[in-house]
Design a protein around this ligand. Sequence first.
Ligand code: NA7
Length: 544
Amino acid sequence: MTATKERPGTNREATDVDALIIGAGFSGLYMLHRLRDHLGLSTRVVEAGDDVGGTWYWNRYPGARCDSEGYVYCYSFSKELLEEWQWQGRYPTQPEILAYLQYVADRFQLRRDIQFGARVVRAVFNELESRWIVETDGGDRYSARFLITAVGVLASAPLYPDLPGLGSFAGECYHTGRWPHEGVRFAGKRVGILGTGSTGVQAIPVIAQEAKHLYVFQRSPQFTVPAHHRPVDAEFREWLMANYDDIWDTARHSAGGFPWQHNGRSALEATPEEREQTFQELWDEGGFKFLFGSYHDILLDRRANDFAAEFLRSKIRERVDDPELAELLLPVDHPFGARRPIVDTNYFETYNRENVTLVDVRHFPITEVTPTGIRTERGHHELDVFILATGYDAVTGPFMNMDIRGRDGVRLQEKWADGPRSYLGLSTAGFPNMFTIVGPGAMFGNYPMPMEHHVEWISDCIEHMLTSRADRIEATEAAEARWMDQLNHVAERTLIALADSWFTGANVPGRTQRPLFYLGSFGRYRRTCDDVAAAGYEGMAITH
Ligand code: NA7
């Protein structure tokens, strides 16, 4: 039961809850459902947005769509829910995913336990009472036995580029991660977009259709694989319903939480003809399968990677009419997949349009933003709208925006100053009874899968605490160190260090680069977490 009581030293009442969850996106919603409806705990979610959705609440830019296929970009915990919800197309749009999460919130009556429009600014562990005292920007206070962060990896920390004069721009300027809810009109306007990551690649073809002229300011060319988006038909739906259990089973044991395995072969062993055929088939199928359902060594061996990269470069040359322009669009400075793979719809074809200009800011950088546009070393581009598709302070950014203090007053910001440390991406030493859903050091992949897994692991752990009458649980320093070694060891076997990207924090100027995710397979990661739980939460210190 929820109760309120006066806390010493303050004149604000704190609401007592068993568990306080930060964030009402995919993970926060399910966490609330598990703790409240399965364990019967009084649970409260604090959410900065005015509605559920997390990433899918904030990211409303034109063309925003999921790159995972809808049938696996959803919860798998409820058979009824799987039967009730039907995705319209292969890759759900942002409004569709938002509608799905709203449906889930209503179906499981979650809204009544969510405080919207409130941002957690501070969470301090009270050692005497073993409780987290959590404060919002509106001055509300909670006292919670368990603190669970469900802040996602991106949405709450958009990254704004440090461009001279950015504040002086007199036109409209938007970050894609903070898109106006009422939308933006481009008709008759000169539009500039900075950033060609997966966001830019989705937005550019859509904006180009409406804008008078679109200038794409490109620093790094990208590899992309076509989405081959299409509506979902009755036949597919029938197949899906007949095979869903197997599909989830495959995804749970796969490399990245997707419903396929790689093909078990090395690209180095295949003949050139076999490789061409394999890559072409995967290209024709489209999407992430090109990486996750391909040869097993694409991300492990540079020579294997080069075969895939060269295939993808040949496709860019085919798709772009002007050979000189095609050369500027060829990614040559990083291996395919070492950055987050990008799935596109008409991205490269968009450069064949008369009203689209590629501006190469790698060789001729932006020197300043003026009141009327963008100046590069080569000239000035007059703009009415300037869009920042410049990404996020990923993974750690959402945590750094809060003042979280654990045992002995240690601040998480200090502990993670040289990079985050965690055990399994679930718990961090010195922060008792705090769990991080897909926190730093967790699995990367088709996110609903690792999120669902984490929610269930945390819920089981809390249940274990309650039944064994334990007081506190937290990762030990030793287990944390072991996990960090493991994380680095796995990452070193891959090619990700050969690219600057948000995978390693390299997109944030001045940041120490290190792997932010566990890059092993999802199946192995799950087994590790399950083994930890089965061994009585090995590597976690439990006090009674
Ligand atoms: P990303 O993937 O981090 O891409 C950001 C893009 O912005 C990328 O092209 C960057 O170029 C570019 N960028 C960022 N800062 C600058 C400056 N200062 N000058 C020029 N160009 C810049 O973010 P996205 O939003 O596309 O995707 C993030 C994730 O959201 C995505 O992976 C999905 O999981 C959802 P760079 O490549 O660094 O040269």
